[in-house]
Design a protein. Structure first.
Length: 561
């Protein structure tokens, strides 16, 4: 189980660079990887399954395009489900490749363009370059070399930006091939030479031999046959060293054609036979056999053996027809018609836009020339009037602002004076009540201290007075007025106090207000007709409910509420 997890981790970690190297992979390595992936894949679930599906899809490109489409379709569905844009872009380009190998150019183009859109948003240069290169080869296949060139140039710019010299060499070779298809062999050769110079530094013989072969084809087309022959023979030596039989077949066919043009008939025939022997051992060899028959036909024609020339040309036509079926021809024609229609529509729209822009420019210039003088005069007059109005408005607004500020300052001062006066009034009232309460209590104590030994009636009278003053003290209107004033002036304070400390009793709230007014314990005792000791006990309880420690000042705390 641990071994499987390690293998799975390795595959997922390497997938990010898989597409950029797929053409360089060793078939044996790919087969080993495929076997391992197909073992792990059924046990994978969820998001972890997506990169595995994409990698299997990639490996199937050259083996079985239908399998590529099958696995890429599943990968695409899961990538959309888990909103994995990177894997979605990879699945789309895999679908593009699958349909491209199956000659479904419209579907290939559709998926390729969707992949391009996603990969442009993601901004990964390696992935973006690969999608652009794939679309470039798609347009190359359907014969639209200008569009193919556009995409391959974008690929080259990306490779140059990231300074990937190996892929710069590949892009230069691709651009050279497109120019060669356009029969601009001299321009093609300039790109091939740059590509070859870079490739030599990597000592990648199969890539070097490929570029040499491309250069030789260009030299043969411009009739520089000796240069073509020299390059092909060097290229042949390289493919013999690395045992690349597929490349060798193409080189042998091309070298046979060059020798035929040089009138080396025996050598040409020998090369054609050698090529045929190798082709018989290879799979998917029909395109090379077609080319071999075409050159053989030219060979027999040069010798004057018209019957053999005809027979070989007939075989060439039959095999070419089987490759380039009617279905494929129709698909290519449809793609070309679609492309041409889109291109012409774009050109027409562009021309219409240009005409409209030119017409608008002319009308604009005419109108501007007619109205410019009038507008200039109107603007000057308007500016002059605006300046006058703005000055007047500015002066008026300054005056209003000054008056408003003075009014607000007076109102603020008035309110402050009123509040200060009411607070002083309230404090004075409290002090007055305290003093009068103190007087009543002293009077009461004085009456209590009188001794009446003989006259019982006087005692009764004194007792009655004491009772009367005590009653008046409890129902004192000034005390009620004081509490009413407190509720009015300290309304905000009372609200905040009760909101923050809802556990306080009404007596404790009254005590808090009196403490906030900075009344002494004695004055609070007189106002509330209680003892000083009771006030101190009340203050202690209040501090406890307000959760104050011994160091905190009660008056300061209440003032900050």
């Amino acid at each position: 189980m641990k071994l499987k997890l390690i293998i799975m981790f390795f595959f997922i970690g390497s997938i990010a660079y898989s597409q950029t190297n797929i053409w360089d992979e060793n078939p044996n390595d790919s087969q080993f990887e495929m076997d391992s992936l197909l073992t792990i894949l059924p046990k994978s679930i969820g998001k972890d399954k997506i990169p595995l599906l994409n990698r299997v899809s990639e490996i199937y490109w050259l083996i079985n395009p239908d399998k590529t489409i099958e696995y890429a379709t599943e990968a695409l569905q899961l990538a959309k489900q888990y909103n994995d844009k990177k894997q979605e872009g990879l699945a789309l380009i895999n679908l593009c490749q699958g349909y491209l190998f199956n000659d479904f150019y419209d579907k290939a183009l559709s998926y390729g363009l969707k992949s391009l859109e996603i990969r442009k948003d993601i901004g990964n240069d390696f992935d973006l370059a690969f999608t652009l290169r794939t679309l470039g080869w798609l347009y190359y296949d359907i014969g639209y070399f200008d569009k193919a060139l556009e995409y391959h140039k974008e690929v080259l710019e990306i490779h140059e930006k990231i300074n990937d010299k190996q892929r710069i060499a590949y892009s230069l070779n691709s651009i050279g091939l497109i120019h060669a298809k356009n029969d601009d062999c001299n321009l093609a050769l300039s790109f091939f030479r740059k590509s070859l110079e870079l490739k030599k530094s990597f000592n990648n013989k199969d890539r070097i031999s490929e570029t040499m072969k491309n250069m030789a084809i260009c030299y043969r087309k411009i009739n520089e046959l000796d240069s073509a022959k020299e390059l092909l023979e060097t290229s042949l030596e390289m493919v013999n060293e690395i045992k690349d039989e597929q490349n060798k077949v193409e080189i042998l066919n091309e070298l046979a054609l060059v020798n035929l043009k040089l009138l080396n008939f025996d050598k040409a025939y020998q090369l054609l036979n050698e090529s045929r022997l190798i082709m018989e051992r290879l799979k998917d060899n029909i395109e090379w056999i077609v080319e071999n028959y075409r050159i053989r036909s030219d060979y027999f024609l040069a010798l004057g053996n018209y019957e053999e020339a005809y027979n070989n040309h007939k075989k060439y036509d039959e095999l070419k027809s089987s490759i380039f079926s009617n279905d494929k021809s129709q698909k290519l024609a449809e793609m070309r018609i679609l492309y041409e229609a889109e291109r012409r529509e774009s050109e027409i729209k562009l021309l219409e836009q240009q005409r409209n822009i030119e017409a608008q420019k002319k009308r604009g210039i005419l109108i501007a020339s007619i109205l410019s003088s009038i507008i200039a005069l109107l603007i000057i007059a308007s500016l002059w009037n605006n300046i006058k109005k703005k000055k007047a408005i500015f002066r008026q607004s300054e005056k209003l602002s000054e008056e408003r500020e003075k009014t607000q300052l007076l109102l603020r001062e008035n309110l402050e004076h009123k509040l200060e006066f009411r607070m002083k009034e309230l404090t004075n009232l409290a002090l007055f009540i305290s003093q009068r309460s103190s007087l009543y209590k002293e009077l009461t104590r004085s009456f209590k201290s009188i001794e009446f030994k003989d006259v019982n009636e006087i005692k009764k009278r004194v007792a009655s007075l004491i009772k009367e003053y005590t009653f008046k003290l409890d129902l004192n209107e000034d005390i009620q007025k004081f509490h009413a004033s407190v509720e009015t002036l300290q309304n905000d304070f009372l609200f905040k106090l009760k909101e923050k400390h809802p556990n306080l009793t009404e007596k404790e709230v009254q005590l808090a207000v009196q403490v906030k007014l900075k009344l002494s314990s004695k004055e609070i005792a007189n106002i509330n007709n209680i003892s000083v000791n009771s006030v101190e006990i009340g203050r202690h309880r209040l501090r406890k409910k307000l959760k104050l420690d011994s160091k905190e000042n009660l008056v300061a705390f209440l003032e900050n509420i």
